[in-house]
Design a protein. Sequence first.
Lengths: 551, 132
Amino acid sequence: MNPMLDKLSTLWPEMTLLAGACVCMLAGLSGSAVVRRSPRWIAAVSLLLAGLCVATSSVAEPRHTGAALVGVAGLAVYVKMAIVAVGLLLLLIASQVPDRLRQTQDAEAATGRGGVFDPAGVMRGEFFAFFLLSLCGAMLCAGAEDLVWLFLALELTSLPTYVMVATSRDRAGAQESAVKYFFLGAMAAAVFLYGFALIYGATGSTQYDQIAAFVHAQSASGQALPPLFIVGLVLAVVGVSFKIAAVPMHFYAADVYQGAAGPVTAFLAFVPKTAGFVSLIGLLGPACQANAEQLQPVIWLLWIMAVLSMTVGNTLGLLQHNVKRVLAYSSIAHSGYMLVGLIAAVAAATTPGAVTAGEHLGNGVAALLFYLVAYGLATLGAFAVLGCVTTDQGDEAQTYDDIAGLGQRHPLLGVIMLISVLSLVGLPPMVGFLGKIYLFGSAIQHGYIWLVIIAVLNSAISAVYYLRIIGACYFAKPNDQTQVAVSPAVQLGALVAAVGAVMLGVAGGRLVDAARDAAAPPDAAVVETAPLPDGDAESWSPQWADTSVKW
Amino acid sequence: MLTTLAVDSFSHYAPLGVLLLIALAFGAGNLVLTRVVGPRRLGEVKGMVYESGVNPISSARRRFNVRFYIVAMTFLVFDVEIVFLYPWATTFPSLAEGSELAPLFLGRMLFFVLTSVIAFAYAWRKGVFRYD
C-alpha cells in the first residue's frame, strides 16, 4: 500500500466529522423548519459515526519507530474515543445555544407570521458545523506525525472556537471575549510556529521520526543538543501552552470563559486543552531521544510552567466573585496538575531503564490521558449547571449570588454541581481523586517530591473556592432574582457527566487500562536509522532508575 | 537523511544576508539617484496621490459601505481556491497510467471544489450577493 493511502485510511473519523460539518452548514440555511432545526441531529449522527470509525479502526502499525513518547496509533485511538464521548455530552448541553439567541427567535417569529425564512442572522448551521470542525482538528492533533500537520490541526481546533464564542450569546461581552481570544490566539500561533521553524532549521526536517533520529544521533555521539533546537522546542511548548491555558499564556482564560455561553465554555475547557496536551506529547516525543541532562532546559521550563500555573490559577481563583472566572482559573490550575504528569513522562523517557510501561503509577502520559477525561467530565457538569440559571436581565448566572440556594431550588442541578466541584477538588470517590493520585504518583515515582508537595498544597488552596461554590449552592439563602430552566438535553448531558465522574472514580479500571495501553511506548525503542553503538547495549538493559529526589 | 543545516554556523544564511544588503542598497540607491539625477517639477497635478490615475475625491479616511468588506472576503476565498487548482492540474497528468493515486487525487480535488460550491451556496443564501 501507498503510505499516503495508509495515512488516509486512519482518518475516517475526521473525514466523517468534516462531511457532517458541511451538511450542517447547508441544512441550517434551509427554508423548511424541520431541516433547519436538524443540524444538532446531524452533528450527533456524525459524531456517532466517527466513534464507530474509531472503534472499528484497526490499530495500524505506526509509520515510524522510536520517535514518540508513546505509540502514535494507540494514543490517537484513545484520544479520538475520548473526544467522541465527551463531544457527545458537549453536544447535548450545547444543543440549545443557537436557538436561545435573540436574532434566531426574531427570524423564527417573522417566519411564523407568514414571511419567508431569512437565514442571514441565524447561526444554527454554523454553530454545529464549527463544533464538529473543532473536534475534527483536535482529532487530527492526536494523529499528527509532522510539524506542519500539527500546526494546521491546532489552528483547525482553534479557529472555529473563536466564532463559537462570538456567536454564543447576543451580548457585546461575547464578542469582546472572542476578539481577545482571537488576537491572543494568533499571537500564540505565531510563537509556536516560530518554534517549529527553528526546530526545522536545527534538524532539517518537520517529520517527528526525522527529528527523533537527529536528536538520537546527537545524543548517541555525546554532543549537546544545538541551542537552536532547544530554543525552538521552548517556543513551541510555550506557544502550545496557550491551548491548555497554562502560565504564561493564560491571560485570556478568565475573560473568554466569562464572555462565552456556559456550554461553549465547557467546550473551550475540554477540546483545545486536549488538543494542546496531545500536541505537547507529540512534540516532546522526538526530543526525549536525548538524555535528561541534554533536555534539562525543557524540563525546567515545564517545571516552572506547572508550578506557576497551579499557583497563579489557584491564588487568583480565590479572589474572584464570578463563578465562571473561578472555574477559568481552576482550568489554569488543572493544566498545571496535568503538566506534572507530562514532566514525569519526560523524566521517564529521558532516563535509560526507567521506562515503566505497564505500571499504573509512574506512567505520566497515562495519568495525563486519564486526567483529561476526568477533568472534561467534571468541568462539563459545572458549566452546564451554570448555563441553566438565568438572571433577571436574561443573562447567564455569573456570581456566587446568582447560584445561591440552587441545591434547594433545583435538587438535581445542585447535586450535579456538587459532584462536579468535588471531582475538581479531587475528593474520593470522584474521578478527580483517582486522576490526581495517578498524576502525582507518576511524579513521585521519578523523584519530583517538591513538585508534588507544591501540587498538593495547591489542591488544598483550591478547595477554598470550590467549597465556596458548594456553600453558595447549599447554605445560602435561595436567590429569587434568578430563573432556573433546564431543557431535557442539558439535563441528560450534565447528569451523564456527573454519573460518569462518580462511576469512573469508583470503577474506573477500564479507563485506566485504556489510558495505560494508549501510553505504552512503541515496541522498538531505538531508532532504526541510527542504531546504538554495540558497546552501549549493556547500559540500555532494563534496570530500576536512580530515583533520587529532584525538584 | 540527516541534515545539520545551521547547526554549527550560520554561513548557510550568507546568500540571504547578501540579498538583504542588495535590497537595502537598491531602495536607498533609488532614493539618492532620483534626488541627484531626476528633474524637479512641482505642481498641483504632480503632487496628487495617483499622478496618472483617477482623481481622488476626498481623504481615504472616510466610511465605506461594510458590503465592500464582505465582497472583498468572498473574492479572496474564491480567488485563492481557484489558484489551488493550477498546481493540481499541472501535477495530475504526470501521474503514471493506472496509478492507484489517481482516484485519490481526483477525489480530493472534487471535494475541494465541492467545498467552494458549498461556500458559494452559503454566501448566496446568507444574502451576500443581495444588493437592495
